[in-house]
Structure formats: C-alpha cells, structure tokens
Design a protein around this ligand. Structure first.
Ligand code: ADP
Ligand code: SF4
Length: 695
C-alpha cells in the first residue's frame, strides 16, 4: 500500500554531523537486559528494529570503564577487544538494513556502586546517589574525584570511543542524564567543587564539553557525537543569565555535539507508565532545546501515533522521533507507516513490563510483542510466521492468550475458530482496561481483534460458552483452551501464604467487581498480590465515592510497582484521592462490620470499620473444560492435539498470557525436534587471536 503523503516528512533523511540518518525514526538508547554475555541475542533484537525501518538504532548504557559497574543490573561494556567483538555483531545486524548504529557510552559515577569490580565509586564531591529501592540500595559511598581522576575519565571515554568506532558504531554518545556521572557534575547538589569544574553553570558544564571534544578528537571527526541530557531539574531552576539553568546549559553546549538527545531525570518520569502519564509527556520540559541550537534534536514520549510524530516535527519540537518502548512493542512501526498500514501498528500500552525485565536482570519482555528477546533464541520474527500448517483449530477463550494464539495460528495457515463466552472479546481486559488509567491497555485486545477480523481463515464466535461436548461437536483438529484464571477470596498468613476461604458477608475479589457486584462502603482492599490490581481497584472504588482503606502485607502500596515505575505515582494518586493505606499488615478476620488486622512482624493487632472487603491476593488457574476434554479417550474424540494456555495454565501478568498464547501457537503441531532453542555465549579475550586481543 502507498504511504499517506501526510507522513512523508517522517521519511526525510537528516544529517547528524558526519553521518546521515535515512529517516527520522530513532531508536534511542534503552535498556534491553542484553549484556555482552548474549551478543547474538542482542544483535537480533536491535537488528530487528533496523529491519523494521528505524533509521538509527542504539545500544543501552554501555560502560566505558570498570569503575562504572552497575551489577546486578544487566549492563553492556566496552572495556576490551572481546567487547568490541560482541558489539560488532550488533552493528553488522543494524547496518545490514541501512540504519545507523549508536552507542550510549556511559559512566555511572556515584550511581554505579561497582558491586562486582569493587572499585570505589566516583563522584564530583562525594555526594551519594541515594537509592530507596531494595536492589539499588548500597552502603558504598563514592569518593571525590581529583583533577587527575577527571583527566583519567576523559581518557577512558576517548579510548572507549576508539573501541566503539572499531566495533562499527556511527554515533557515539556522551551521557549526561539520569543521575550518572556527567549529570552529577551538572547538578549543584552533587557538585560542590571549587575548581574549574564546579560553582557556576559555565564550570559545571565543562566536563560534558570536554567529554564531547575528546570523543570527537579520538575518532578524528569520523563518528557523530551525541549528547544525551536530562533537563527536568535543570529547566526547573532559575538562572541569572538565561531563562532557566536548562537554557543556560544548552546555550553553552549548543555547538558542541552533533545531536541532542533530550530526556527527563528519573525513571518514573522519563519512562512513565501510561497509567498516570499520557503520550508526549516530555514536551513541556524539552521543547525549548531546538530554539537554542541548530543541531538536530531527538526526544521520546511513547509516540505511537504518526500524526503526533508529524506534529512534533512540524511544530519544531523534535527533528527525530525517538522511540524506546514503541520500538520494542513494534519494531516494524516505521515500515508500517511507510507502507500505509498504520492501523497494523502494535501500539505500546505503557505498562512498563519491559522496564521490569531490566530490574529483574533479564532480557527485555514486552506485553504487546511476545517475540521481543526471542528473535535469536527461538528464531521468532515479530511479523513473519512460517506458513506451514493446515487443518482447523478451535481456540476457547477470547482473552489476551486466546486472541494471541488465534492470531498466530491463523498466520501459520490454520483455519481458526475463536469462541468467547462473553459478548465482547478481551477477557480480563474487559474489566481491567476500564480501571482508572488503564484504558491504553486495551490496545492488547484492539490490535489482535483488528487483525483477526481481517483474516479470511478466522471465524469469531462471541457469546459462545462452550462445554466439552460443544467443543468435540465442533470437530476441529486441534483445541486450545485459554479460559483464564480466577481471583480467590482467601486471606494469607504473615508470610503471604494463602490460607482458607474467608466466609463472611460482602467479601469480594476483582472477579466480583468485574461481574458488576454493588459494593457497600466503607471498603477495605487487602492486597497481597502487590502488582497493579489492588491499587487500581482501590482507585476505582474511591472514584465511585466510597471511603477506601488499602491494606498490604508489603512495605508500600503496589510494592511490585517499583519494577514498572508505577509505585511512586500510586502513592501520589492515593494522596490525591484521599485513599488511606496501611502497610506491613495482614487481615486476620472480617465479620461484615469490623476488619481485624495484625502487624506481620510483631503480630500487634488492630481493627478498622468496613462494610465490604475486597481481597486481591491469589489467582487460581486450571480449567474444568480442559480437564473434561483431557479425560476423554483420544480415539473417540479424534482430537489431534489439546492445549491449555494463558492464565488458565499459569496465572500471571498480561505479558505472560500473551507469551504463552504465542508460544502455544508457534509450536502447535510441530515435532519436539523442530523446536530449537539457541544458547548464546560471550566472546572472551582469551579466545581472540593474540594480535586482536592485544589491541
Ligand atoms: P488469559 O489472560 O489467559 O487470556 P482471560 O481471563 O483474560 O485469560 O480470558 C479468558 C476468557 O475465556 C474470558 O473472556 C472468559 O469469558 C472466556 N471463557 C472462559 N470459559 C469459557 C468457555 N467455556 N467457553 C468460552 N469462553 C470461555
Ligand atoms: Fe510498551 Fe508494555 Fe511492551 Fe514496554 S512492555 S514496550 S510498556 S507494551
């Protein structure tokens, strides 16, 4: 199909110093969890985006020296020739599709506490980067850099730049954002120096300027040099000589880099969950940069709408449309716009499961794109599924797992029938996407239903609750059961082990709320699931006008939500809505009027008044339908295969359900030998030819 001329501007080439990007789609550096230990996994992940039309594809943070060690978080490095080898696999994959490859050269300073290398963290003035989350916390405090340390840092950066060019990178970043070392020099609360690198803004900018110059000189101007800078705090600070400190900093640096990559300062605002933050949220912070410099500017904002992208360029906010999450959810977003298939874009839902993967220390996982991270390991392509199948599959259950299974099976060539008991498809999303802030999550259903409705080999059957006899009567060759899981009205002990069902009036689970039960207030919500559901239900009940108290076994509301950057915003939302919360407590009893609680460590009892209790704790999978089908004699049923998938198989986040549905569909009907799983391995210095290793 032809491209809509309205979007032509997005496909213009743009110069970045000595290099030219083929279009305005720029995959900015973002964490992938893919360290140098998995070079082929990483290359396939990044290369897929180049194949999908992103004109620039970058690495995530890449340490320039062993004094910047982010372990246990999965970071990349460019410390030696083995690392050069590892990155070269990626740059080759990116160049193969005509894109430029960028590397985010990174020194974490006080924010990288060097748990593995055990070097003293570096900092401008000994001010620590105080983490509040388990996993980030450390008792190591940084040392103060002297003039020699600053010279060393610049030398390390220059040497890493030389290695980066040798690895094939076109764009080399200086990274002055998100609490890392050059950012610490920019910020007055980290930088108390009295030498040429501290004090005035002019002095605080000096290190960044020198890093840019050293990077350019080291590669003799052959590579483009980008500056990535966080502007949220700087823009909020008054300056004597400019509109804000942000304006002053950009003013000093306006001619220094070949490209500005502009962003926020904190993970929760930079990579904000859609639950509380809309598309394009960076604009009020970064929109001034283009007015201060002639260099091209890239920025992000979870852009998935081509009209918004065009508006960013036309209004002079950005030159490049930066994408991290949108490029994970749909590596082929640019190509779909280029070929007039905008409605086929698999739009990011802003759930931040991808970020949680990095916090978990594993390769990126995505709710919308189950192939993310599996391009090399399982050989999954997000757009191409080998058409190798014939016969008919009946998929029972039209939730995320069932819809994903149906779509992938149909792409493989099966004739697919998708049966759903309810009038609407969507499964758990019917309720969950109606909770406060979760509307964008319905894109999981919209994308899949949109595709399924256009496929000739798919028949959709809403309002079709199927029994085992119905299923067998249908006569399909294969059956996939994706009937979901159910929340249980059970309390738990202080170790969060679920106990017995609570038998009392007005005890509900999210399933009861989804079924439309009328709740009497005041309401208590007891959350030991610790992801979004408990807090979202509390918000929904509060929005209905109920007085709500949220109780959790954890130390904070939506405790696991720190993995997805939601947790701080949940607390802000509770404060705004007047939702009371109690932490580190279990519910020990409820009689319809009074809720009994106990502190999980001391056992200290407490009581609060409540007319209703909503328990958000355990979900139970399993399927009576599957069990009934499995119990039948295969000779009688003539079913060639029967599968249980999604939450019915193992309850989890929507990402787990989609992944399970996808995998079931990819593997259905294949012999075990046809299912190959690759195991990647790092390059090691000792395995390189002596001459190369010595470089
Ligand atoms: P998942 O996340 O695994 O996709 P969901 O709970 O979101 O699971 O979706 C399961 C869907 O299956 C629900 O929409 C439910 O109405 C549907 N369902 C459950 N049992 C049957 C059945 N016997 N026949 C048809 N649909 C069913
Ligand atoms: Fe977007 Fe969620 Fe996928 Fe991340 S995991 S890219 S936020 S859909």
């Amino acid at each position: 199909m032809a491209r809509n001329p309205r979007y032509d501007v997005l496909f213009e080439p743009v110069r970045i110093g000595p290099k030219t990007a083929p279009n305005r789609f720029f995959q900015v550096p973002h964490a992938s969890g893919m360290t140098n230990a998995a070079p082929h996994v990483r290359a396939a992940f990044r290369g897929m985006k180049a194949e999908g039309g992103w004109g620039v594809v970058c690495t995530g943070a890449c340490s320039i020296h062993e004094s910047s060690d982010d372990s246990p978080f999965p970071f990349a490095s460019l410390w030696d020739e083995a690392d050069v080898r590892a990155h070269a696999v990626m740059t080759e994959a990116v160049h193969r599709h005509g894109a430029l490859a960028g590397v985010e050269l990174w020194h974490g300073g006080a924010a990288a506490v060097n748990r593995t290398t055990r070097m003293a963290p570096l900092s401008p003035s000994g001010v620590p980067w105080m983490a509040t989350h388990v996993g980030f916390m450390s008792s190591a405090r940084p040392r103060v850099m002297d003039a020699g340390d600053i010279r060393e840092l610049i030398r390390w950066h220059a040497e890493a730049a030389v290695r980066a060019e040798r690895a094939g990178f076109d764009i080399l970043y200086v990274y002055a954002g998100m609490g890392y070392l050059p950012y610490q020099f920019l910020m007055s609360e980290y930088n108390h120096r009295t030498d040429a690198y501290g004090g005035t803004v002019r002095n605080r900018v000096r290190l960044v300027e020198e890093l840019i110059d050293a990077t350019r000189e080291a590669t003799h101007g052959r590579c483009a040099v980008a500056l990535r800078i966080s502007l949220q705090e700087l823009r909020a600070r008054a300056s004597d000589i400019a509109e804000t400190e942000g304006h002053e900093v950009i003013g000093h640096l306006k001619d220094a880099p070949d490209l500005f990559d502009v962003k926020m300062d904190y993970s929760a605002t930079d990579c904000a969950a859609s639950r509380y933050t809309p598309e394009g949220s960076h604009e009020p912070v970064v929109d001034f940069v283009k007015r201060c410099t002639d260099k091209p500017v890239v920025g992000v904002g979870r852009f998935t709408s081509p009209d918004t992208m065009v508006s960013m360029v036309r209004r002079g906010v950005l030159d490049f449309i930066g994408g991290a999450r949108p490029s994970i959810a749909d590596p082929f977003l640019p190509q779909k716009i280029a070929t007039g298939r905008e409605e086929e874009i698999r739009e990011c839902i802003g759930c931040n499961i991808c970020i949680s993967s990095w916090h978990d220390g594993v390769w990126v996982r995505c709710t919308q794109n189950p192939t993310a991270g599996e391009e090399w390991r399982r050989g999954w392509h997000p757009e191409i599924v080998r058409k190798d199948a014939e016969g008919q599959v009946l998929v029972v259950g039209g939730g995320p797992a069932g819809m994903e299974a149906a779509l992938t099976l149909a792409r493989r060539g099966y004739r697919v029938a998708l049966a759903e008991a309810a009038r609407e498809f969507g499964g758990r999303l019917r309720f969950e996407s109606a909770l406060p802030g979760l509307k964008a999550w319905n894109r999981v259903a919209e994308y899949r239903l949109g595709r399924l409705r256009q496929m000739e080999n798919v028949a959709l059957y809403p309002e079709s609750p199927l029994s085992a006899d119905d299923v067998l009567g249908f006569g399909a060759d294969h059956v996939v059961v994706a009937t979901g899981a159910h929340w249980q009205p059970v309390l738990c002990n202080p170790n969060e082990l679920p106990g017995a069902r609570l038998d009392a009036p007005r005890v509900y689970t999210p399933d009861d709320l989804a079924a439309g039960v009328t709740v009497e207030g005041p309401v208590a919500v007891f959350d030991y699931d610790n992801y979004y559901m408990g807090s979202a239900v509390a918000e929904a009940l509060s929005a209905q006008g109920h007085a709500v108290t949220y109780i959790t076994t954890a130390g904070a509301a939506a405790a696991w939500g720190f993995m997805t950057n939601e947790q701080p915003l949940v607390h802000q939302s509770f404060a705004n809505r007047g939702i009371g919360y109690r932490t580190l407590e279990v519910v020990t009893g409820f009689d319809g009027e009074t809720l009994s609680l106990a502190q999980i460590f001391s056992g200290a009892p407490a009581q609060i008044a409540a007319r209703s209790l909503v328990i958000v704790g355990m979900r139970q999978g399993g399927s009576a339908l599957y069990d009934a089908l499995a119990a039948r004699d295969p000779a009688e049923t003539r079913l060639r295969s029967l599968h249980l998938t999604g939450d019915a198989n193992a309850p989890g986040a929507i990402a787990h359900a989609v992944y399970q549905g996808h995998r079931t569909a990819r593997e259905l009907g294949l012999p075990a030998a046809a299912i190959q799983i690759g195991r990647d391995a790092p390059f090691a210095l000792r395995d390189l030819p002596a001459a190369e290793a010595a470089e």
